[in-house]
Write a protein that binds this ligand. Structure first.
Ligand SMILES: Nc1ncnc2c1ncn2[C@@H]1O[C@H](COP(=O)(O)OP(=O)(O)OP(=O)(O)O)[C@@H](O)[C@H]1O
Ligand SMILES: [Mg+2]
Length: 250
């Protein structure tokens, strides 16, 4: 059953069309990858879904109800949360407090928040560092903290924007394993990444944006052999866009 749907979504910034008539449907429990060259409109599409920006045209439907025009907070309470391409933890709070903020942002009371914060830190492998502050974390651990904060809101749908961006191979593998664990718990995952191998390994299905339009959708294997997709990438980095990891802008 479709849990998250975009219908004819369009977003313009002045003369730039960042997202052009994009429609998609994601089933409950599915893990779907979103790829495309730099500037294709991936992060903008995630902002439209999560309520950070409003589309000029089109609708977003979550679990059968239209959420277009709702605030990120309302959408989060309905069970959809997004992680950011650039991580922004609260620097003066401990990891536990950072995760607890996520829990409060969701639908839990503050007492349950602390318990939930411990649970999610444990899940992402940061419980040992619960009482330290984010400045002591590696880039990979910061990304895991970002995931913990998202999980603390108790979402059904998680949008991950370049969660492996800027990570080395081992850190990327750890994040991919973590996303696999989240998917195994029945969550619905929609993720953007330039690290192709990682994204393909974890996705049931892949959507491809190029120049604001959806140009392909299919299994990872179908996408890897899709001529139009290969052409969209050739100008940039010939097939494997791993070199584009860590692109700026959020
Ligand atoms: N707030 C904004 N104002 C003006 N133009 C914007 C704004 N946000 C995005 N754009 C433009 O919209 C297009 C799509 O940008 P977006 O960040 O969605 O791409 P992306 O696929 O996420 O790229 P990357 O892989 O580099 O993260 C780009 O041309 C970008 O310059
Ligand atoms: Mg982006």
């Amino acid at each position: 059953m479709a849990l998250l749907e975009g219908e004819h979504l369009t977003k313009k910034f002045g003369g730039i069309v960042a997202v052009d008539d994009v429609s998609f449907s994601i089933d409950s429990g599915e893990t779907v990858g979103l790829i495309g060259p730099n500037g294709a409109g991936k992060s903008t599409l995630f902002r439209l879904i999560s309520g950070v920006q409003q589309p000029n045209e089109g609708r977003v439907v979550l679990d059968g109800e239209e959420i277009t025009g709702q605030s990120p907070h309302e959408i989060c309470q309905r069970g959809l949360v997004r992680t950011h391409q650039i991580v922004h933890p609260f620097e003066n709070l401990t990891l536990l407090e950072n995760a607890a903020v996520g829990a409060q942002f969701g639908s839990r009371g503050s007492k349950a928040s602390e318990e939930r914060a411990h649970e999610v830190l444990e899940f992402v492998g940061l419980e040992d560092m619960a009482y330290t502050t984010p400045d002591e974390l590696s880039v990979g651990a910061l990304k895991r903290l970002e995931i913990a904060r998202a999980l603390a809101t108790d979402p059904e749908v998680l949008l991950f924007d370049e969660v492996a961006g800027g990570l080395d191979t081992d850190e990327t593998e750890a994040i991919v394993d973590l996303i696999g664990d989240i998917a195994d718990r029945g969550k619905t995952v929609f993720l953007i990444d330039h690290v192709m191998r990682a994204l393909m390994s974890v996705s049931d299905r892949v959507l491809v944006l190029d120049n604001a339009s959806l140009i392909a959708t299919g299994t990872p294997e179908e996408i890897q052999n899709n001529q139009r997709v290969i052409e969209a990438y050739l100008g940039e980095n010939a097939g494997d866009a791993a070199g584009a990891a860590g692109a700026a802008g959020d």
